[in-house]
Design a protein around this ligand. Structure first.
Ligand code: FE2
Ligand code: FE2
Length: 278
């Protein structure tokens, strides 16, 4: 799936942004034509399309003050992900899982009133930022090829706080933006558990922000269903079973119920965006 960066400021040096993104592993194309954009997206010719096309900007709904910062944020997210990554398509998959779950919850759950189109747009974008705080974790811990010691695990857990702090800095510098606001919530709380045994704040139940409760299932499903250095990919039935077992302990029961109704769509996404390396 392509990401679209809307840079409406003609003064931005697109070639420079392109080079920066390519350094972070994106394939990038620059276009002002909507048909080029659609073509590149459909045929997956590039990960990122840089455009100044205003009609696209209106659809994507990015706050103007953020436009010139988006490339940095996405690059940082990609960089954070790529360092410990056995998961080339992880961000694309979790974006899709968050979208599928949110759409189902909007249709049929106690949260339907809380989820509108803006919420869904924001969670799709903001989910890419969940592990952005890993940029602050040392290679010795992040890339360790063995079980972390207790102390190392404590350091690892701080990626949630570092990520939220990073996005708080962006937020206070560039003003209110719903996508960054949601990114901050997700970065901080995506490892919380429904039963209060998660981190960093030990929040429980509905004290955990809804986007983070959705993200938790998306992220865990992805970890279960893909190959990691420490495990093989589990078959779909086993992934579904493990998520089901977490109903009301690790995960929000209503979101697990929604997941069970759309688990087949998760499986489709997993197959569509499988890792190139696995
Ligand atoms: Fe994380
Ligand atoms: Fe993740």
């Amino acid at each position: 799936m392509s990401k679209v960066l809307i840079l409406n400021n003609e003064n931005v040096d697109f070639e420079n942004v392109k080079a920066l993104l390519e350094k972070s592993g994106y394939s990038v194309s620059i276009s002002k034509s909507v048909s080029d954009l659609v073509n590149a997206a459909i045929n997956k010719k590039s990960d990122v399309i840089l455009t100044t096309t205003e009609s696209v900007q209106n659809k994507v709904n990015i706050h103007p003050a953020m436009e010139t910062q988006m490339e940095t944020i996405f690059s940082l997210a990609k960089l954070a992900q790529s360092r410990d990554d056995d998961t080339g398509e992880h961000l694309t998959r979790v974006q899709n899982y968050c979208r599928i779950l949110s759409e189902e919850l909007a249709k049929n759950s106690p949260y339907s009133q809380l989820i509108d189109n803006d919420f869904i747009t924001d969670i799709v974008n903001a989910s890419t930022l969940h592990d952005i705080g890993k940029v602050g974790i040392s290679d010795l811990i992040l890339l360790k090829n063995a079980k972390l010691t207790e102390d190392e695990y404590e350091v690892m857990k701080t990626h949630t706080i570092i990520g939220a702090q990073t996005l708080e800095d962006v937020h206070s510098k560039f003003g209110d933006n719903s996508f960054i606001r949601m990114g901050k919530i997700i970065a901080r709380s995506h490892h919380e558990r429904w039963d209060g045994k998660g981190y960093p704040d030990g929040l429980s139940g509905e004290h955990i922000p809804l986007p983070a409760r959705i993200m938790a299932i998306a992220d865990v499903y992805d970890a279960l269903s893909t190959k990691r250095v420490y495990k093989d990919a589990f078959p779909q039935e086993k992934c579904v079973q493990i998520i089901k077992e977490g109903r009301g302990t690790q995960f929000d029961p209503y979101i697990v119920d929604a997941f069970l109704r759309v688990a087949d769509k998760f499986d489709d996404v997993r197959q569509m965006f499988c890792d190139k390396v696995s």
